[in-house]
Design a protein around this ligand. Sequence first.
Ligand code: NAI
Length: 728
Amino acid sequence: MTTQMVEKTPENKPIATITVRPDGVAVVTLDDPNAELNTITRTFGEELRAAIEKIERDDEVKAAVIASGKKGSFVVGANIDMLKAVTRAAEIEELSREFALALKRLNDKKPFVAAVDGAALGGGFELALGCKAIVATDDKKTVFGLPEVQLGLLPAANGMMRIAQRTGLQVALDLSLTGKNTRAAKAKKMGLVDEVCPQEVLLDVAAKLALDLADGRGPKKKALKLDAATLTRIALEKNPAGRALLFKKAREATRKKTRGHYPATEKIIDVIETFGSKGFDAAAKLEAASFGELVMSDTARELIHIFFATQALKKDKGTDAPNVQAKKVEHVSMLGGGLMGGGIAYITIHARIPVRLKDKDDEGAGRGLKYVRDILDERVKKKQLTAVERDQEFAKLTATTDYSGVKNADVVIEAVFEDLDLKHRVVREVEAVMKDDAIFASNTSSIPITKIAAASKRPENVVGMHYFSPVHKMPLLEVIQTKKTAPQVVATAVALGKKQGKTCIVVNDGVGFYTSRILGPYMNEAAYLIAEGVPADMIDRALVDWGFPVGPVALLDEVGIDVAAHVGPIMLAEFGERMTPPGSTAKLIADGRKGRKNGKGFYLYGDAAKKGKKQIDPSVYEILDVKPTNTKVSVDEIQQRCVLQMVNEALHCYGERIVRSPRDADIGAIFGLGFPPFRGGPLRWVDSVGAAEIVRRIQGYEDRFGKRWTPAPALVEKARENGRFYAR
Ligand code: NAI
């Protein structure tokens, strides 16, 4: 075998190495010497092009295979640092065009086969698609996806068109608009991948296929199954009227989701539609120009910022105390197997940590087990797990009605009823049996951790771990430290949260912590609007239009009107006038309305609800004694009043150091409450509008409505110094 170096990186090691096998197949191994993963940079593109040229010139080489030198990872897409550093649209447009051109000539002289083991994402997937054929390993890590849309971008190396060529326009739309990953077996079924094989034989299988291709024998193509779905697809995609309908529907569905806030989605549809009607080159041209525009857009800037913020949080231990190491967590004990306890137990066993669940009676314990089992069964149904894997995972969970097993736990998490006396009792009972150095974590949603820790003999080991419902779907974990919580306890809670797949922010203790606290005045303002006669569904629509996934009234039904009624007075007592409610909650509670949980809230549930569309229960207005006919309040005012309340409270939290940084304030609001990601979070939004302008808006409402509208000191200060929360 001969090994030749292609171009050198500044560090003197190449990214692309060519090895020629005795069978005449050249293997291009991609292995960026300066990074853990292969990403696409200018040098990457240049070296790839040089490798292609070298292979074209080498008469000994009949065909080529492109593989990765990174174990379990192929190429994960464009280098995002590079994208962030770009200052002109033309610059990035040129870069993407060059990479696309390199891929376009890949198979001009000799066939290239991609040998994919691990993630082939974004430009990495497009590189594989540029090859004549793709061979993938059957490993779970081997996935294909185009995540660009999640950063406000589009795939810019012709991958969308190549997917359309291989599998049709609809699949191209679906993969590019969702950014979702597809595993190898499914990708093969869809026609994206040609062969799937075990890791050990990947290169041999790919080399054999490359040689076959060089000899004019292609990969075995399965005969097209002419089932109803395929026939419909062909009928739609192969004629102009059908295509027009397909794209009209895609546009409508996308708009409904994005409300026009994510321009990348529209551009993706434009490019694929152009491909359908005008062909590859016209689409490629539009794609490159759109990419340049999108990279420079505000939306991409905010989404890329969030990407970096979450990356930084992955590395953050959650404490600035020096030399702190998280303790190893090998056993978790879960107290309470309700909605939250079941969810937390599931994400813990999923992180391969055994859990002993304790509930007060057999019924509770059984409910907890069933909750976990149902999630696992659902995953089997979706083919994310095999039945054997499910059983292995489920075996990590045991349930009891006493404290047996607690002595083994490194962390005990409680999610019993929201009742301080009960929580105190539980702390005392558990501390009598648990290890001295084990951590006691509470998932309380509203009781300050300091109050819970008052019953503890070891308050330094007490911490809050505030999960969100449904636990296995919501991405945030709010870790709450009291003045006494030891830094190592915080670091351990954060490390456990990360293992459970959560993005963790650490906040200081206080009523409502961070997320519930900023949610309070936001919902309160919605209640004021309703009291003024603004229709509740109009409020929800306004906030969804602003970019929230659900409006505040629907959210109140979800969270529980009883929960809000419980927390409201506590917030009022703690923070004073600005939390004053309009007094409507008491009337709703008196009417027995708790929200979705008892099928009685602002919206109709069960039989009373029409399928598909959420409808307000008209009787709610009678209870509140208002006529929902006030249409004088504009959509803009509804949005501003609710959002500014949340933002102002976030700034109180920032000023009082409840949050550690603007980053945590923004990530908490986005991941915990659905603050629109494309706006970057409450503090970044203030930066983009300008602190002085936000103060002006808040003071405008202060003039109209009085004290609940006083701007937060941290905001006033920022406005005075004409400053920003983030450097540009
Ligand atoms: P839930 O009522 O569904 O579950 C509570 C469970 O605790 C029940 O299974 C009950 O039998 C069990 N339990 C009661 N006393 C116990 C004891 N002495 N030992 C062991 N188990 C006992 O309540 P949910 O919704 O799961 O809430 C639990 C905690 O999580 C509360 O503190 C709540 O504030 C908090 N939380 C709730 C959220 C939600 O959206 N539901 C969100 C975040 C936090």
